[in-house]
Design a protein around this ligand. Structure first.
Ligand SMILES: Cc1cc2nc3c(=O)[nH]c(=O)nc-3n(C[C@H](O)[C@H](O)[C@H](O)COP(=O)(O)OP(=O)(O)OC[C@H]3O[C@@H](n4cnc5c(N)ncnc54)[C@H](O)[C@@H]3O)c2cc1C
Length: 403
């Protein structure tokens, strides 16, 4: 992601925050427990951050956790991948780490990373994140984009493509892959919008950047029998809900991401403090993630806002329910978001190269080391581009042969 911002020359749009992880303390409503990372290289900044925090973990718990983590630190990514056969809770038990560590820290972290609980999430996900925190000095440092992503991040990407002779066409949903006799892609059928007819688009090489659930829906029948594509059945998007709340007064001055550690909510931030576009010295604008969302995705917006406000009463007891008035709310439901990273999912993640000679996959669910995240999506795009470039001579030869 950072490299992308650099290439687009928009690094100044990243608003970096103090290097700390902040957790609400349910037993002391309205207060925070912090893991402060000092400005020294990794892994020492992370170790100091953990050792200095005495609100959430006792010394015996910290020592047991550090010992449990040793194999991941010493053996690295190979061990991390092998642990995909366990959920995070199973892995903690296997390593003799007390269950309280889960409750105190990792329910919040697994909800933040994949919108599910530690009893479901693969140990690989948490271990990958922890390894990054321990290996990269700024691996856990938060940055907020300074405004809405479509204008502040996507538009520069579009401009970059256009300046180099490319085109980005919006509102062109894929309806069908039209196949040639040998099962390769002959054309894309694009659904006409607003009464426009469908159209066919032909190319030398085709890349799907659609989410895995949509890719499965549009999968041509002849591909479904191939083991490579059959594996995608093992991946499915997880539901999540985003809640945006506007208040008539300031609830907090915290200028960072917060882990709510409450049953329904995951991470949240007061965007009036964290993000230039929503800056307001007098009123708060909270953005919250509600997860796990499987029991809530079918509920009404009113029910969701009501339940969120009940939890906010624990986080901001001075102002909610009495004091601050809710001016406006917006609920964004995503029934199938990133792939649900339960144990054993790694083996279902496909490579970017497929058995179809002119067809590639990309997206965060394809195999890459940065999990289901924006960073993972960007890395998968780079891996796809590398694969296409590597195969370019073959594609050119095929094109010349068919001309
Ligand atoms: C609530 C929420 C909070 C998140 N917070 C973070 C965060 O803080 N940090 C982070 O790194 N990640 C975060 N993520 C995850 C991040 O958004 C994803 O990992 C990332 O967007 C995946 O990118 P992608 O390109 O693989 O897929 P997507 O971003 O899902 O892109 C797929 C695209 O395919 C398009 N599409 C769908 N159907 C068709 C069709 N038929 N034809 C053509 N196009 C189609 C869609 O419109 C979409 O633009 C969050 C996700 C959610 C839901």
């Amino acid at each position: 992601m950072l490299q992308l911002f650099k290439e687009l020359n928009i690094e100044d749009r990243l608003q970096w925050k103090e290097h700390t992880l902040m957790f609400n303390q349910p037993e002391k409503p309205g207060t925070y427990s912090r893991f402060d990372f000092p400005p020294i290289p990794a892994p020492f900044n992370g170790i100091v951050a953990i050792l200095r925090n005495n609100d959430m973990l006792t010394w015996p718990e910290k020592i047991k956790f550090a010992i449990g983590l040793l194999p991941a630190i010493i053996k690295g990514q190979r061990y991390v991948e092998e642990m995909d056969k366990y959920t995070w809770t199973e892995w903690l038990q296997k390593q003799g780490i007390p269950e309280r560590v889960n409750k105190e820290v990792f329910i919040a972290m697994s909800k933040a990373l994949n919108f599910i609980d530690p009893d479901e999430i693969s140990a690989t996900i948490l271990l990958t994140a922890l390894n990054r925190f321990l290996q990269e000095t700024n691996g856990s440092k938060m940055a907020f984009l300074d405004g809405a992503p479509p204008e502040r991040l996507c538009q520069p990407v579009v401009d970059h493509v256009a300046e180099r002779g490319g085109q980005v066409l919006l509102n062109k949903p894929l309806k069908e892959f039209v196949l040639a006799e040998d099962g390769s892609v002959e054309a894309l059928k694009i659904r006409g919008i607003d009464g426009e007819p469908d159209e066919l688009v032909k190319a030398d090489v085709y890349v799907s950047a659609m989410p895995v659930d949509i890719m499965k829906l549009l999968m041509p029948d002849p591909w479904k029998q191939q083991a490579f594509f059959e594996k995608l059945d093992g991946l499915e998007g997880v539901p999540v809900i985003n809640v945006h709340l506007w208040f008539d007064k300031k609830l907090t001055d915290v200028d960072n991401l917060l882990f709510s550690r409450s049953p329904l909510l995951s991470v949240y931030a007061d965007m009036s403090n964290t993000c230039r576009e929503y800056e307001d010295p007098d009123k708060s604008m909270l953005e919250l993630v509600l997860a796990p969302a499987k029991d809530w995705i079918g509920k009404s917006d009113e029910d969701i806002v009501e339940a969120t406000m009940l939890e906010l009463a624990q986080l901001f007891p001075k102002d909610i329910p009495n004091g601050a008035k809710l001016l406006k709310s917006k609920v964004v439901k995503t029934p199938r978001s990133v792939y649900k990273a339960t144990k054993g999912r790694q083996e279902y993640r496909p490579s970017q190269e497929t058995p179809i000679r002119n067809f590639y996959l990309t997206g965060d669910y394809t195999m890459q080391m940065y999990l289901a995240s924006m960073e993972g999506a960007v890395l998968s795009g780079k891996l796809t581009a590398q694969a296409v470039a590597k195969n370019a001579p073959k594609h050119i030869a095929e094109k010349n042969a068919s001309a």
